[in-house]
Structure formats: C-alpha cells, structure tokens
Design a protein around this ligand. Structure first.
Ligand code: PMV
Length: 328
C-alpha cells in the first residue's frame, strides 16, 4: 500500500479560460493567465490499496457517491493507465473554501489530486507533466500546479500546460458572496457559449491579443496595465456568455455593486481592478500596500447591501501544488 498527501491552492485567472477546443482532452480555446492564491488550500491523501474493489472518495469527512466521486475515479483511471495498474484507491480530501462559495475548488482539488495520485501510483512527473495531468481533471487545475503567476498555453495534449511567468507581487481581495444564485457548471456553460453565443469568435480573438499583452505587462511590472487587461477580460467573458441562449449570467446585483465600487476606488487614486469567475464572487487585484484599504472599502459596500452575506479576505501569491507526505 502506498500513500501520498499533497496540498494545492486555488487560482483566479486574470485572463480567463472560457471554452474548450477539445472537451475530451480538456484543451482550451485560448491560453489564460492566473494568480495562485495563498488562502483556501485543499489537502488530499491518496492511498493505493490492492484490497479495494472500487475507489472511495471522502470530502470534508463525508464519503461521496455522486458526480464528484465519479470525476475522481475517471481521473484516477488516467493515472492508473499511465502507471500500468488497476489497483483502486482511497482518496481523502479536505477543502477549506467556505461551503457554497464556488471559489475555484475544482482547481485546487484536481491539482492536489494530480500530485498525490501520481506520487501514490509511482509516476515520476515533472511540473509540466503534473500540469498536463491536472488539466484533465479540470482545465483551471493545470494552473494551480504552478506558484504565483501561471501562464497556461493553448496547444495539443503534449504542449498545453501551465508554467510560471515573471510578474510583480499582486495582492487579491476575495469577496465571497452568498447570493443564492442558481449554478450552471462551467462545463455546461462553456459548451452552451460556444454553441450559441455569436460573441464567442470575438472572445477568442480578443483574449489571444489580451493574453500577449498581459504577459508583456507582467514582465514589465506594469500594474496598471495588468489591472486594465484583467477587468476588461473578465467583463468580456461575462458578456460573451450572456450572449448565449439561454443566457448565462453568474454576476449578481452585489457583484455589480462591487465592480462599481472598484471603479470609484480608482477615481480615488487606488490601482484596483475587479474580476469574477463562474459565480457571483468578486476578486479585486491591487498592489499589496493598498490591500487592506481596498478590503475595507469592499466590506463597507457589501455591509450596505440588504440580504447579502459576504466575507472579504486579503490573499497574496501562493505556492504551487506540492507533496506534504509520502509513505510506503
Ligand atoms: O476549470 P473549470 O472547468 O472549472 O473552468 C474555469 C473557468 C473560469 O474559472 C470561469 C475561468 C478560469 O480561467 O479559471
């Protein structure tokens, strides 16, 4: 029996991944770029056990027998195929993301699982190999393998993985909102966007251009340009999916109020820029020295909204997924 434990953190994209060119291989229509955070880690232990007749998946103390468990098993099948074994495993995972926050838990989840499972099954993968493997679980997980700022390139199975790129230190103020918004999975939403939104081709071309500009702005340490590109790209992603039929709208009135507050902060001279993923939560990037001031302003905004239950946390650049323990 071999056991390995790994830890990974969520990442939030500054240039988004929205749409696949190949669903089975989880290849993206465009590249993307993200910040790995230092909050909300996922810790996952994989125990390969010849005596098991099926995989067992336990999340936050509850054994699951649902889609999440099936996704874990399908992912382990990839690892087993590479390792040349059919042995099942017990996967025990602890997620520290607040329940229902919908904050990129699949990214930290599959990044931690890729590192723990590959070690437990005896695969010797380098960072690129781990990123390619994590990508198969959830596209954005390819970026949580990487510390700090990660660029995940488009390409084929062999070339589409994430790597670290030079960037200034970016702080991120994460606002999780409990707005009771109905959830459409990113997989379903991406497919519907590609099939029905007339804006999708423009999304692809503009994202490619913005990504090149973003990599250059990161290398130059141009925080203002990084922020402008981040906010524009997020709003374009949401506009593109709002063009689908039926429309997909993840942003809630509280999300919009936060975007507005960030515009007001800029008018006060603070270099703050907002982004949001497939849910109502809003993440705001700013220079680290301004993070507490930005957090206070965003708290004031959400406190004034009736019926909104928000938590506001300041995050910084986090580590890539890594092994924390290995035995057997
Ligand atoms: O990795 P997935 O399939 O959960 O897709 C993530 C999509 C976004 O979070 C909205 C954008 C991104 O680049 O992370």
């Amino acid at each position: 029996m071999t056991t390995a434990t790994a830890q990974a953190h969520p990442n939030i994209a500054l240039i988004k991944y929205w749409g696949k060119s190949d669903e089975a291989m989880s290849l993206p229509a465009t590249g993307s770029l993200s910040l790995t955070l230092d909050i909300f880690p996922t810790t996952t232990t994989v125990e390969v056990d010849e005596a098991l007749t099926a995989d067992v998946f336990e999340l936050n103390g509850t054994v699951r027998d649902d889609d999440a468990a099936r996704r874990v098993s399908t992912f382990l099948d990839l690892v087993r195929a590479q390792a040349g074994t059919t042995a099942h495993a017990r996967v025990t995972s602890t997620n520290t993301v607040p329940t229902g926050a919908g904050l990129a838990s699949s990214a930290s989840g599959f990044a931690a699982l890729a590192v723990a499972a590959s070690a437990a099954y005896g695969l010797d993968l380098d960072e690129a190999g781990l990123s390619r493997l994590a990508r198969r679980g959830s596209g954005s997980a390819s970026r949580s393998i990487i510390p700090n700022v990660a660029l995940w390139t488009e390409g084929d199975d062999a070339t589409s993985y994430a790597r670290e790129v030079p960037a200034p230190t970016i702080a991120m103020v994460v606002v999780t909102l409990d707005a009771g918004v109905k959830h459409v999975s990113s997989r379903v939403a991406m497919r519907r966007t590609i099939e029905t939104s007339p804006f999708f081709p423009a999304w692809v071309t503009s994202t490619r251009t913005s990504l090149d500009e973003m990599v250059a702005a990161c290398a130059a340490g141009d925080f203002t340009r990084i922020g402008e590109l981040t906010e524009a790209n997020a709003l374009r992603m949401h506009a593109t999916m709002q063009g689908a039929e039926p429309a997909i709208r993840y942003l809630s009135p509280a999300s919009i109020a936060l975007f507005d507050r960030v515009v007001a902060l800029r008018a006060e001279g603070i270099d703050a820029y907002a982004t949001a993923d497939a849910g109502p939560n809003v993440a705001v990037i700013c220079p680290p020295a301004d993070a507490e001031r930005v957090a206070a302003a965003l708290r004031e905004t959400t406190d004034a909204l009736p019926g909104v239950n928000a938590s506001v946390l300041v995050a910084g650049p986090g580590p890539g997924a890594h092994l924390v323990d290995r035995a057997g």
